[in-house]
Design a protein around this ligand. Structure first.
Ligand SMILES: Nc1nc2c(c(=O)[nH]1)N[C@H]1C(S)=C(S)[C@@H](COP(=O)(O)O)O[C@H]1N2
Ligand SMILES: [Mo]
Length: 440
């Protein structure tokens, strides 16, 4: 966390509210209780007294599990237009959405997370009418440059609801900890995107037979401010780029894309780490090799090709690029920490998604995973949209409960209830979401 008050950027946005600015500059201190860490035996006793209740399924509770009731925390409001998001960093700006605020079927602009690797272009420097997108690269025989009006005129328009999840979502739970944004659960959203198919645009420029990968370039700049140094330039294999749902989008939820989410133009390659969905899109290259842009090489967005023990020093040649994201779900209602009456059943709601795949089932548990009950799962509105689920649970006695949600994809792969495969950069944590419910 940088602290220099002289730094320009988002701080200017808060000039009119010094209290918020102060808080931002000071940063969000990691709360040890937000980690899925371990407590001692006496900690467990202390915990019961902190919760002010006994725990009916204590015998099932993994030793040292920190109750979701204590892990939840409310944060200050900070980004104008995205006030309810939890800000992790201000330079670059990174902010996530608390799970209970992801309850909308379609994520509204003010609730879509923000993950910036560099400094976004300033709004006043962007002109929607003169913004251009260049298609080039060694495997593109006829490079061309399009205005947004050209894209709109020359190609068919498509609108899809598409989920975007940062590859590092859930990173805060890995142990040993991984450097990077300490995302908890909210670097995910599913808005509606309108644009043209990436395939149609690439095909109009030609795709040579030796084409293997795309690479995007955006209008943001590297944090260092070094001229010509890009913040991030990633891409996908041609097979992913040519899918129906891979878009070059100019609208989100029927409006201009919010500046922090890529205005005026972005790639959306849903189901893969959202880092493949380039914002402030200026250029796409068709490559005859795996794209080697910024954050495509080394350890960035890669995990060990074979599982490793926590803390292992993995040689970079043993790291593989993340492709489709793993199955995952959230309980978006109720908010973790509610009090519920023993006399009434509790109806839960949530979302589930599974990278390139569809979600087959969602299960919920109120006894720390001892038993599971099937939720009602709705089909996606289109491929790569998240799926809604609901379930009604009842409680036999009062006390502290956790509701756990677990999704299973079409291939039968389930979310784990503990943090899965440790990896050096802390990607792909798809552990079950847990919410705390106090039954009285
Ligand atoms: N040009 C550009 N594109 C980018 C990024 C960026 O920093 N610059 N961040 C990427 C990452 S890591 C993620 S997770 C998503 C986040 O999209 P969002 O901020 O719209 O939620 O954008 C991706 N596209
Ligand atoms: Mo990301």
């Amino acid at each position: 966390m940088k602290q220099g008050r002289s730094e320009r950027g988002i701080h200017e946005l808060y000039a009119e509210d010094p209290k918020r600015a102060d808080w931002l500059l000071w940063g969000r201190k990691a709360d040890p209780l937000t980690r899925r860490g371990f407590l001692t035996r006496s900690g467990l006793l202390a915990m019961t007294s902190m919760l002010g209740a006994h725990i009916p399924f204590a015998k099932n509770m993994p030793s040292g599990l920190i109750p979701a009731a204590l892990a939840a925390s409310d944060e200050m409001f900070v980004i104008p237009g995205k006030e309810a998001l939890t800000v992790l960093n201000d330079r670059p700006i990174n902010a996530e959405t608390p799970p209970h605020l992801l309850d909308d079927d379609v994520t509204p602009a003010h609730r879509l997370f923000v993950r910036n690797n560099g400094i976004p272009p300033e709004r006043r420097t962007i002109d929607f009418t003169t913004w251009t997108l260049e298609i080039a690269g060694e495997s593109c025989p006829h490079p061309q440059t399009f205005t947004i009006a050209d894209l709109k005129k020359n190609f068919r328009h498509y609108t899809y609801q598409l989920q975007l999840e940062c590859g590092g979502n859930g990173r805060s739970e890995f142990n040993p900890p991984a450097k990077g944004n300490q995302w908890s659960l909210g670097a995910i959203g599913c808005a509606t995107w309108t644009g043209v198919r990436l395939r149609d645009v690439l095909e109009s420029c030609g795709i040579k037979e030796d084409a293997v990968y795309t690479g995007y370039y955006g209008g943001d700049t590297h944090l260092s401010g070094i001229a010509g140094k890009v913040a991030i330039s990633r891409g996908v294999p041609m097979s992913k780029a040519l899918e129906n749902e891979s878009l070059i989008a100019w609208a989100m939820n029927g409006k201009d894309i919010p500046l922090l989410n890529g205005y005026p133009l972005r790639v959306v390659t849903s189901g893969w780490p959202a880092s493949t969905s380039g914002k402030w899109l200026k250029k796409i290259v068709i490559r005859n090799r795996v794209h080697d842009g910024m954050k495509m090489t080394g350890y960035a967005y890669r995990v060990p090709c074979n599982p490793v023990a926590p803390g292992t020093n993995v040689p970079s040649e043993d790291m593989c690029i993340i492709e489709s994201m793993p199955v995952k779900s959230l309980a978006t209602f109720p908010k973790s920490g509610i009090t519920h009456s023993l006399a009434r059943p509790l109806t839960l709601r949530g979302k589930a998604w599974a990278g390139d795949l569809e979600v087959k089932d969602v299960f919920v548990s109120t006894d720390f995973g001892g038993t599971w009950q099937k939720a009602t799962l709705h089909p996606p509105v289109n491929r790569l949209a998240w799926q809604k689920w609901e379930a009604t649970v009842t409680f036999q006695q009062d006390g502290y409960y956790e509701v756990w949600a677990r999704a299973v994809d079409r291939n039968g792969r389930s979310q784990p209830t503990v943090v899965p495969g440790w990896n050096p950069k802390g990607y792909l944590n798809n552990a079950s979401h847990r919410i705390a419910v106090q039954v009285i």
